[in-house]
Design a binder for this molecule. Structure first.
Ligand code: SF4
Length: 245
């Protein structure tokens, strides 16, 4: 029996140029519809529902737009929603790679099976995973959904072992994920090559408090910065650089 290729994932948005989705690179961002979490601070709640209901961009148009911009883009960021929910994401990555563009995947770390398959293709140049709290009952509150903590842990382990570039983003969530919880996450991510501490959507708790988190536990990882403040690195590598000989 011939197995049909899975459909390409539904694209809800295309940001033709971003200088922040992958620091240091000029990227376009594809937003894939559908997410299995309901984070209370979700910046893209319109992407959570699995059905697009007329709002999607035809995949051919999205690919054509990327193809036309391929000469001045470094990469395409495939974000969500949660792209690993769609089997067709692998094919989407392959098509973008055919344009000669690098791919960064954004994931919520809930689907280790799909993440492993994507990593095994060797086509991902970078993966950015958001870790929404320590792996205890806090997590379900932070993501607004039932979650298998073992899956999140497995995704962390996969990325720590995989050879390519990775980044873990750890957002502050008032009264749920604050200083102590962020420190616990940094301990769990020991050995990570890059961690970004993010403020909550309302800007709390301010840069200084996030810097305190970095000072308290940044050395568990190689590089630990506060979002939009890449100049000050609290990670082990950053601190060894700042020590004068
Ligand atoms: S994982 Fe991302 S897209 Fe999904 S609900 Fe949370 S913030 Fe929104």
């Amino acid at each position: 029996m011939v197995r049909r290729a899975p459909p390409l994932p539904p694209v809800r948005g295309l940001q033709p140029m971003s200088l922040t989705a992958w620091e240091g690179r000029v990227t376009a961002v594809l937003q894939i519809q559908g997410c299995n979490f309901h984070c209370p601070d979700c910046p893209v709640p319109h992407l959570i529902a699995t059905s697009v209901e007329g709002g999607s961009i035809p995949i051919e148009s999205a690919l054509e737009a990327l193809y036309r911009r391929r000469r001045w883009l470094d990469a395409v960021v495939i974000a969500g929603g949660e792209p690993t929910l769609h089997e067709g994401t692998r094919e989407l990555v392959r098509l973008v790679r055919e344009f000669g563009l690098r791919v960064r995947l954004h994931t919520n770390g809930s689907n280790p099976l799909a993440l492993r398959e994507l990593l095994d293709t060797g086509e991902l140049a970078s993966v950015s995973m958001t870790v929404r709290g320590p792996l205890d009952p806090t997590y379900a509150v932070a993501v607004g959904a039932r979650v298998r903590l073992a899956n999140v842990y497995e995704c962390v382990e996969l990325l720590l072992r995989a050879p390519g570039e990775h980044e873990f983003r750890v957002p502050w969530l008032p009264q749920v994920v604050e200083h102590d919880q962020m420190v616990a996450v940094l301990r769990m991510l020991a050995g990570a090559r890059r961690v970004v501490l993010e403020p909550a959507r309302d800007g709390s708790p301010g840069v200084r408090t996030l810097q305190q988190v970095g000072r308290a536990a940044g050395t568990y990882v190689e590089s630990c910065v506060v979002a939009a403040r890449p100049g000050q690195d609290f990670g082990a590598r950053g601190r060894s650089r700042s020590v004068s000989p």
